[in-house]
Every structure is written in C-alpha cells, then in structure tokens.
Design a protein around this ligand. Structure first.
Ligand SMILES: [Fe+2]
Ligand SMILES: [Fe+2]
Length: 269
C-alpha cells in the first residue's frame, strides 16, 4: 500500500500530535512571539554546524506524524534525496540543515515550548500572529483557543498588517524555521542564495504554501517564494523512511559544501 503522509487521522500517533497543536494554538500569540524573538535572537552562543547537527541525534519531533527517528536522520534523508535528483549543492545543504533551528532545545525551556518535553514553540506548522487564524490550519477547531482571537486588533483577516505588505513583513508563530533564518541572516560568512534562505524560513508555513491562505497580505515576490518552497517541500515530506545514516559517514561529502556557503568557523546561535 502506498504510504500516506501527513495523515492526522490515525489514532494514537495522533493524540500526541493533536495535543501539541492544541498547546501551540493556545500559546502562540503576538505577545509570546515578540518575547521569544527577544529571548532567543541573541546570537551569543558559538557552535560549529556539525556539532549542532549531532545534537539533533537526540531530538524526535513530536509534531511529525510520519517520523519517529531522531531529527538528524530526516535531515540526511532530505539532503540525500535532493542530491540524488542532481539539484544544486546549496539546495542539498538546505536539505541537510533546514531543521537545524531545533537545536533551540539545548537552551530552551518547558514554559516557552522550546524543550524536548514541550515543543509547541519549536516545531509544527506555523501561522501568522496578529491577524485571524484561517481554517486551513491543521486542527482548525483549536483556532478559537488562541487568546488573540478575542482581541479586535488581531482577529481580522488583515489584523495589524497592511494589505499586500508581503510575507517578509509578517510575524509568524515562533519556531525552528524563523530561528535558523535569523541565525544565518546574522552569520557573517553566509553566502546562501535568496532561494535557500526562503526555504529555511517558510518551509513550515503550511496554511500559506499548501492551504492557500493569507492572499490579502501577500505581494508579487511571494509568488516566487511559493514556487521555491513547493519545490523544496517535496523533499521535506516525501523522503521520510526508516533508512538510517551515520552522520560521520556523510561528512566528507557535505562538510565542504557547508564550508563553501557558511565558512568553517562557528555559527552564533
Ligand atoms: Fe522543519
Ligand atoms: Fe523537515
């Protein structure tokens, strides 16, 4: 039987996934996201890329109904699929590092949802805060639990934004995508192309890239983003399998690509 991905109906995986999304919807507000930016975007913790990769050996993403392997395996599987398709080296690197923002759990906290035990501020499909939650969110029945939906500034389709302001001006739910994007934006030796940075920043933004929501807030540039992210998303989604790799064994191939685009020194987290 062909494997069905992102099926949230199967029972027990899914009590945990459902609970994750309930907490995420309940806690991710404008106020919370602003606090997390302040708290986590300090860029004062140096760590080599490969060391960060190895830490994802001990993290399993609770929001992913398709995968119960350490996250680093998902990263390698994505990269290897992009490589097998003969796609550019920078895109292979994006496959390898796109979820690396999850290292946040090393300095995370249960109350922020950024720990091994509480991941609602770190993983899962993201949405825009500061405007109405669309029905295209997974488990839309939880939208009403978000306290911002009681606030008239935040509960309209435009909310705090301007029509057509573009995705780069939206505040998204806090998580590993935005974290890695900001860390790499701050990284002096970063020469990754614009496409790569967009794939990193928006790959979990399902209500937009798959749900088609937020059209009033988008601009022309976002159409280009959509093509890039859909291209990348196939590798994020359909490469999940039980085949496992050893991080050391793929290092000879990927480390030179990482150094080409990110230098060989530490990244400041
Ligand atoms: Fe991700
Ligand atoms: Fe991923």
């Amino acid at each position: 039987m062909e494997k069905v991905f992102r099926n949230y109906e199967v029972l027990d995986v899914n009590a945990a996934v459902r609970e994750h999304y309930r907490k995420m919807r309940q806690n991710q507000t404008v106020d919370y996201v602003q606090k997390m930016h302040k708290k986590y975007l300090t860029f004062d913790k140096p760590m080599l890329l490969w060391e960060a990769m190895s830490h994802l050996n001990s993290l399993i993403d609770v929001s992913d109904p398709d995968l119960d392997l350490p996250n680093v395996q998902h990263l390698i599987q994505s990269a290897e699929a992009i490589r097998a398709d003969g796609r550019p080296d920078w895109m292979q690197l994006v496959g390898l590092i796109h979820d690396l923002g999850k290292v946040m759990f090393l300095w995370g906290a249960d109350e922020d949802g950024t720990s091994q035990a509480e991941q609602w501020g770190m993983v899962g499909d993201v949405f825009v805060v500061g405007c109405a939650l669309p029905d295209s969110c997974v488990y839309p029945e939880f939208n009403a639990l978000n306290p911002d939906m009681q606030n008239d500034r935040y509960n309209t389709s435009i909310g705090i934004y301007e029509q057509g302001c573009g995705m780069d001006n939206l505040l998204l739910a806090w998580g590993h995508d935005e974290y890695l994007f900001q860390v790499l934006s701050n990284h002096q030796n970063n020469t990754l192309p614009e496409e790569a940075m967009a794939m990193i920043r928006y790959h979990s933004f399902y209500p937009w890239h798959t749900g088609g929501s937020y059209s009033e807030l988008l601009n022309d540039k976002d159409q280009k983003y959509l093509e890039w992210i859909r291209d990348f998303n196939r590798y994020d989604l359909y490469t999940k399998s039980n085949k496992t790799y050893d991080l050391e064994e793929i290092k000879d191939y990927y480390l030179p690509i990482a150094e080409k685009y990110l230098g060989s020194g530490p990244i400041f987290w």
